[in-house]
Design a protein around this ligand. Structure first.
Ligand code: 9Z3
Length: 318
């Protein structure tokens, strides 16, 4: 595969290169109403992105490139932000991990239920709670969040959908200023094939080996921080596989986009170690083995650290 770096593409308008999803205006209104409603009640609002983007290779897509992300970071962070009193917009990849239900991934629901006939024509379904750990506590938390309308889920699959929905979210949250946090944990492709250069139909293997030339994806963090939500508290994530370049790349992102923090992580150790990099600090968060055994998650520490920093950020603005 060949990747071409085209600086013009990096600055071009979003709609010229990426088709907007049909429902973007509807979602923008829903996000704006959600943010204003919760901010009016004194709540802070976090927009979490989660999961990987999909980049199609054909217009009638059979094949696509995917970015790795299970969605665990975003889904678990959503739960901790809710526990800290935030209202959460959860912009996530379709079918990636979801708050609360993520705790039961890999469990076959039908294995946990039994169907009994209590009398002719009346059947009851019984839940085997031993097969769904902590289900009553989790269900309580989920229902409390649901009835208070604290979680707004929005789905994306492709890179185009992600870019347009993130832009719409940034614009929708601009009215609540510093009360908005952006927590950009989604794994986003750096490369794409413009619609004008994409074959319509399935690429034929009978034509021989495939060579693909891809363009650079515009750096959405730049307009997000500068133009769309300039008062918000913005956190990006930096993912590397080579630990030796991680901090240098995180600092480069921070210096380039001038947002509030980068959470730096390495693919293999991401569940046990991250570094929160800000303009004047660098803080390592580590999950000890004993904590991991007790089901403590590193996202609890990340969210505690960042929600505290967000409160300080808001107070400085007042
Ligand atoms: C992350 O670094 C996330 O922490 C993970 C979480 C994707 C590693 P999981 O979903 O994994 O729990 O399985 N996200 C950001 C990845 C990314 O694409 N960052 C870009 C980059 O590193 C900048 S926006 O260049």
């Amino acid at each position: 595969m060949m990747a071409s770096c085209d600086p013009a593409a990096a600055t071009g308008s979003l709609s010229e290169e990426f088709a907007a999803p049909a429902h973007v205006e509807e979602v923008r209104s829903a996000m704006a109403a959600f943010a204003e409603q919760h901010a009016a009640l004194g709540r802070m609002v976090v927009l979490i992105t989660s999961g990987g983007t999909k980049v199609p290779l054909e217009s009638r897509t059979v094949r696509f490139l995917d970015n790795f992300s299970s969605g665990r970071r975003g889904a678990s962070s959503a739960e901790y932000f809710l526990a800290h009193g935030y209202a959460v917009i959860f912009l996530h990849r379709h079918r990636s991990l979801y708050p609360y239900t993520r705790l039961y991934t890999g469990i076959n629901l039908l294995d946990c239920l039994t169907l009994d006939t209590v009398q002719v024509g009346t059947k009851i379904v019984t839940v085997d709670q031993t097969k769904l750990p902590n289900i009553t506590e989790v269900l309580n938390r989920f229902q409390a969040v649901k009835s208070a309308g604290l979680l707004l889920p929005v789905e994306f699959s492709t890179l185009s959908e992600y870019l347009h929905l993130l832009k719409a979210a940034a614009q929708a949250l601009s009215s609540i200023g510093s009360k908005a946090m952006f927590y950009l944990a989604a794994a986003v492709s750096d490369f794409y094939i413009p619609a004008s250069e994409m074959p319509e139909h399935k690429i034929q293997s009978s034509n021989g080996p495939l060579q693909i030339s891809m363009k650079m994806v515009p750096k959405i963090l730049k307009p997000l921080v500068k133009d769309w939500a300039p008062k918000a508290f913005v956190i990006s994530f930096k993912l590397e596989t080579d630990p030796s370049i991680l901090l240098e790349r995180a600092r480069f992102a921070l210096n380039t986009y001038k947002h509030q923090a980068v959470v730096a992580n390495v693919l293999d150790t991401r569940h046990g170690y991250v570094v929160i990099v800000t303009k004047d600090s660098q803080e390592e968060l580590v999950l000890a083995d004993e904590e991991a055994q007790k089901d403590v998650e590193i996202e609890e520490k990340i969210v505690k650290n960042l929600s505290h920093a967000h409160t300080q950020f808001i107070n400085q603005k007042c």
